[in-house]
Design a protein around this ligand. Structure first.
Ligand code: PLP
Length: 431
């Protein structure tokens, strides 16, 4: 019987080890967060047993009455959270959400324009190793070498010259806000669709702490597990649905709406059965994000990022663009106080992990090192804010990071930092 299945200690021991790792260390990876217990409970539920191809009320399987209700709640909460009128909560991940949009809006070989991966963009916005760069024709915009900022005039210039069919904004390592209004004006000039991938700052956008992309961008995608603090996954949204500009018709001859094309782009276009356990966990997370408490959380994430950026600058580190508007920052490690440091992203990542501080190495704009080495590190405040840390704690974290980086060949000093980190984190129990 099911109850006599032998406990898989190999895996559960490892899960316990991972829990301990998460609880005892300082997590600065900008794309990570800690979900609530109830988000994990939903994602580890019996819903994993259910097939539900289709959409609520329109399924290809029987027995979907309960999951229909769950998925509808997820959709409704997400729409409320962002002021959207349409949402699909089925994409298994951010990459899946973006791929579904491309399938809905593009033909193979069409031109797309995204933010350069090497300047902080994402693989799914046209990188040659991703389907977005293999099946479509990518062109890119980037940041200015001197400022680390996107120059919107240059974006317009490139867009008018290249005339992409889809213009993509959003990034994985850009610490500044976006001029969605300007980008829409550019898109309108060339008849392009504008998509925002707000995976990183979604939680801050939901709470009005950053510019709202929804009035200007035709389509918005996001992951659900970064600042949004939900389970790993993706969603697609629109504030204003519209008839597709590609002439694609229903069997009765009417132009199909973008929402119907996007729904088809997810299923059957790029996915099979939705993960209803994850959709339930998304619904729980969206419910949490609708709360007053989450507003306080998002505000603290932003305040902590300001405090962390200031602390790094005070220690002589160079932050790309000089600071941050959101939850993350990208640090060019090549110099400290204007002097060559000898540090690389790889060295920083590998040394900090010895002190139980997790960051990720990251290319900086115009990097002279390979993606496996890099000159930079990306850090963010979403996870440590969930743990309850505030501005003064960010200064202490930066002190610890700096001690490790400066003493990267001194095992005793690194071990002392690790002990301090582990003791400190005991005061902030996670689960
Ligand atoms: N889009 C952006 C901007 C991201 O930063 C990420 C994740 O890092 C993704 C998409 C991909 O999300 P996932 O890893 O869930 O596929």
């Amino acid at each position: 019987t099911l109850t006599s299945v032998e406990r898989d200690t190999a895996i559960f021991d490892l899960i316990n080890r991972e829990k301990h790792r998460q609880e005892s260390g300082i997590e600065l990876i900008a794309s990570e967060n800690f979900t609530s217990r109830q988000v994990m409970e939903a994602s580890g539920s019996v819903l994993t047993n259910k097939y539900a191809e289709g959409l609520p009320g329109k399924r290809y399987y029987g027995g979907c009455e309960v999951v229909d209700e769950i998925e509808q709640i997820a959709i409704d909460r997400l729409k409320e959270l962002f002021g959207a009128t349409w949402a699909n909560v089925q994409p298994h991940s951010g990459a899946q959400a973006n791929t579904a949009v491309f399938l809905a809006c593009l033909n193979p070989g069409d031109k797309i324009m995204g933010f350069n991966l090497a300047h902080g963009g994402h693989l799914t916005h046209g990188s040659p190793v991703n389907i977005s760069g293999k099946y479509f024709q990518p062109v890119f915009y980037g940041v200015e070498a001197e400022t680390g900022l996107i120059d919107w005039d240059k974006v317009e210039e490139t867009a008018l010259k290249e005339r992409p069919k889809l213009l993509i904004c959003g990034a994985s390592a850009y610490s500044r806000d976006w001029d969605y209004e300007r980008l829409r004006a550019v898109a309108d000039k060339i008849g392009a669709l504008l998509m925002a991938d707000i995976s990183h700052p979604a939680g801050l956008i939901a709470k009005g702490l950053l510019k709202d992309p929804f009035d200007h961008c035709h389509i918005v995608t996001t992951t659900t597990h970064k600042t949004l603090r939900g389970p790993r996954g993706g969603v697609i949204m629109m504030r204003n649905d519209f008839e597709n500009p590609f002439g694609i018709k229903t069997p009765k001859g009417a132009l199909r709406t973008m929402s119907s094309l996007l729904d088809s782009g997810v299923f059957p276009g790029t996915q099979g059965g939705p993960l209803e356990h994850i959709i339930a966990a998304k619904a729980v997370a969206f419910g949490e994000a609708l709360s007053e408490g989450y507003y306080n959380y998002a505000t603290q994430v932003a305040k902590n990022a300001q405090a962390m950026a200031k602390a790094f600058v005070d220690k002589g580190y160079r932050i790309i663009s000089g600071g941050t508007d959101n939850h993350l920052m990208l640090i060019d490690l090549r110099t400290k106080n204007g002097v060559e440091s000898g540090l690389t992203g790889k060295l920083a990542e590998n040394t900090l992990i010895k002190a139980d501080i997790t960051i990720n190495k990251n290319m900086v704009p115009f990097d002279d090192k390979s993606p496996m080495v890099t000159s930079g590190m990306r850090v963010g405040t979403a996870a440590m804010t969930t743990r309850g840390l505030v501005e003064a704690d960010m200064e202490r974290i930066v002190d610890l990071v700096d001690t490790v980086l400066v003493n990267n060949d001194n095992d005793a000093k690194i071990a002392a930092v690790k002990t301090e980190v582990n003791e400190w984190m005991k005061q902030y129990p996670l689960y």
